[in-house]
Design a protein around this ligand. Structure first.
Ligand SMILES: *Cc1c(COP(=O)(O)O)cnc(C)c1O
Length: 366
């Protein structure tokens, strides 16, 4: 029996995608091979990566002056690759300036890693209120190489609605947990990156959407595997790409297109999130700690109103356990935040959200 999986990542994938991959496991497209067995440079694999590229361009309306790269290392490797490619100096330790906004654990990690290679300034932070809001974004410094934000904050459940105006300074964003969840205007960004394991496919594969003028020759000391110019020139095949991950992403994109694309998915996601937030706002037992105007559509943390710490922990532990027994799994909050969290990515059907609300109503009564 399939469960409703509310995991923040790796997360549920659409069942039709898994079924198609299973049916094609030993023989894809009449090639007599599994995608895992193919040469990445063969005529058998080329249509798969080409289709993934074409579909993501179509679904996200990516302008022609952007490249899409299918790399490895997760979103976390981008924390290093971005400063190394956009801001590195002729020698380590001589980097250019870059601005970061600190909206949570991932944003903070990105800034800390970048500060090894660039002169990072954290321009604003919402740490003062446990990251439960998105701070006002000050303008960039004139000589910033780029300006970094985390578009959706997976752990605390906030998202940017109004993008900062960075003028001619390229806006760079981590969209790992909200890529393809609703329309975004790619032309507002210099670079968008996302680990695949939330809305796209298997962990490890990473998508980078980069404006071509930002793909530049970089200082010689930067490792070949960490250079956008090398990966772009080689069509994401400088070395063996994560072929099977790219194939699953292609199937997920195909599934999304058949559903009507990102516009339709955005409407559905808003409907799902509204149902759940409306329930939380009316509940006497659970609430959302996030300020209303900054609430994520994808990750929804919730806390019990119980004030006694020991009792609270006991209730939360029981909640997560009983929910799992009812087929609603992975509802524990992040270890740094506590409480509970429901991640309702694209692959979570509205029935899953309704089942969760139903369970919570019963739990509340008990
Ligand atoms: C999950 C996540 C990451 C980490 O991704 P990895 O692929 O594990 O490196 C980074 N940023 C955000 C916003 C995430 O949700």
């Amino acid at each position: 029996m399939r469960v409703y999986n509310f995991s923040p990542g790796p997360s549920a994938l659409p069942l039709p995608v898994l079924e198609k991959a299973a049916a094609e496991m030993t023989d894809v497209n009449g090639t007599g091979q599994s995608v895992m067995e193919m040469s990445h440079r063969s005529k058998d694999f080329k249509p798969i990566i080409d289709k993934a590229d074409a579909l993501i361009r179509e679904l996200m309306c990516i302008p022609t002056n952007y490249k899409v790269l299918f790399l490895q290392g997760g979103a976390s490797l981008q924390f290093s690759m971005i400063p190394l490619n956009l801001a590195a100096g002729d020698r380590p330790g001589q980097g250019k300036k870059a601005s970061y906004i600190d909206t949570g654990v991932w944003a903070d990690k990105a800034a800390k890693e970048a500060s090894k290679y660039a002169e990072v300034e954290v321009k604003a932070s919402s740490k003062d209120k446990a990251y439960t809001y998105i701070p006002d974004a000050p303008p960039p410094s004139a000589d910033d190489a780029y300006y970094h934000i985390t578009l959706n904050n997976t752990i605390v459940g906030t998202k940017w609605d109004k993008l900062p105006n960075t003028g001619s300074v390229p806006l760079v964003t981590d969209a790992s947990s909200n890529i393809l969840s609703e329309p975004i205007d790619v032309s507002k960004f210099g670079l968008i990156y996302a680990g695949a394991q939330k809305n796209l496919g298997p962990a490890g594969t990473t998508i980078i959407i980069i404006r071509e003028d930002l793909i530049k020759k970089v200082p010689d000391w930067i490792p070949m595997m960490l250079r956008y110019d090398i990966h772009a020139a080689e069509g994401s095949m400088y070395n063996t790409p994560p072929c099977y991950g790219i194939y699953i992403i292609m199937l997920v994109l195909e599934w999304l297109k058949n559903l009507g694309g990102v516009e339709v998915m955005g409407k559905l996601n808003r409907e799902k999130a509204k149902l759940f937030y409306d329930y939380l706002d009316a509940s006497d037992m659970f609430y959302s700690p996030v300020q209303k105007e900054y609430r994520s559509l994808m990750n929804i943390p919730f806390i019990t109103t119980e004030q006694n710490e020991a009792k609270k922990t006991e209730i939360e532990t029981r909640f997560v356990k009983e929910a799992a027994a009812a087929g609603l799994i992975n509802l524990a909050g992040h270890r740094l935040v506590g409480g509970m969290r429901a991640s309702i990515y694209n692959a979570m059907p509205i029935e899953g959200v309704k089942a969760l609300i139903n369970f919570m109503e019963k739990f509340e009564k008990k």
